[in-house]
Design a protein. Structure first.
Length: 301
């Protein structure tokens, strides 16, 4: 149970065509099961495409939608994580990743950090999520799940690690040139993923798209990194398909023993030190209130 066979799917979906994209998902789930993969990660908004604009309400689906059930039923004996526009109560629309297995939706992450810079306008389309949780996988493995720009807020990654994540899932829809100013998305993601993996001693699975949507060109680069930040599997550039790796929990144990970032990141102790630096009173009610506020911030109906 200490080994985890994990796969990453790199897809070239059709914008606004969930029926077509569903067929692609089902085919890749079948391939992954044949290869005895235990967890398969798809990119952000893999069921709908990314640049949805004003069609978000028309493409939104609830967790009990027929397309969701089709993927959940296909995920027999395998965990499958895929992206879609989720409609929740009160007509709220989320950029969500759904985690399904054996016909059941096990877990949902709603994107928190909605970018509104460069060519990105998610803050105009979606409601922001409010929770960072982890999902048990099997044995000692617990997964943190963050969507694309969530990982550009280091506090969200840190929170996932402090809650006990031992593998980090990173579904993205990253296109060339959308940030502007000469910023390289492929280089930026390579640096960020290697940093997080090394700093926290955690394997990372990043799933990106390939192909184009109008003026957007998705660069792929889907990969799996070990807890030292080394790439151990990658889908070939420009191709649709999947790659997989067998992750070893003993490597996580050793990496975290050698560099104990998680062990040494006591949030209450950090807050006390911050109060000392700022010359604020170190009173227990204040500390308790801050901790209670963190818990409340991570709860949502």
């Amino acid at each position: 149970m200490n080994a985890l066979r994990i796969g990453v799917a790199q897809t070239q979906g059709r914008l606004g065509d969930p029926a077509h994209n569903l067929d692609q998902h089902l085919a890749l789930v079948g391939t992954a099961r044949a290869q005895r993969i235990q967890l398969l990660l798809f990119p952000e908004l893999s069921l709908t495409g990314y640049d949805l604009g004003e069609t978000v309400p028309a493409l939104a689906r609830r967790r009990d939608d027929a397309l969701v059930r089709r993927i959940a039923e296909a995920a027999r004996g395998i965990d499958v994580v895929f992206g879609m526009v989720e409609e929740a109560r009160a007509a709220r629309f989320y950029n969500s990743m759904l985690w399904v297995r054996d016909g059941v939706v096990r877990f949902v992450h709603r994107k928190i950090n909605l970018p509104t810079y460069g060519q990105l306008e998610e803050g105009k389309r979606y409601t922001a999520g409010r929770r960072v949780d982890i999902c048990p996988v099997r044995g000692p493995w617990d997964a943190g799940l963050l969507i694309c720009a969530d990982l550009w807020n280091p506090a969200l990654v840190h929170l996932a690690m402090l809650q006990g994540a031992t593998v980090l899932l990173a579904p993205i829809s990253s296109a060339l040139g959308v940030v502007g100013g000469g910023f390289s998305n492929p280089q930026g993601w390579d640096l960020a993923l290697r940093f997080y993996a090394m700093m926290y001693g955690t394997p990372i699975v990043m799933a990106n798209r390939t192909g184009g949507e109008g003026r957007r060109e998705f660069w792929g680069g889907s990969r799996i990194l070990d807890p030292l930040g080394q790439v151990v599997a990658q889908v070939p550039e420009g191709e649709s398909g999947l790659a997989w790796a067998a992750l070893d929990y003993e490597a996580v144990r050793q990496a975290r023993f050698n560099l104990p970032t998680v062990r040494d990141s006591d949030p209450v102790g950090n807050l006390r030190e911050l109060r000392r630096i700022l010359d604020l009173p170190d009173d227990r009610p204040g500390l308790g209130g801050a901790a209670r506020g963190n818990r409340i911030a991570n709860k949502e109906r």
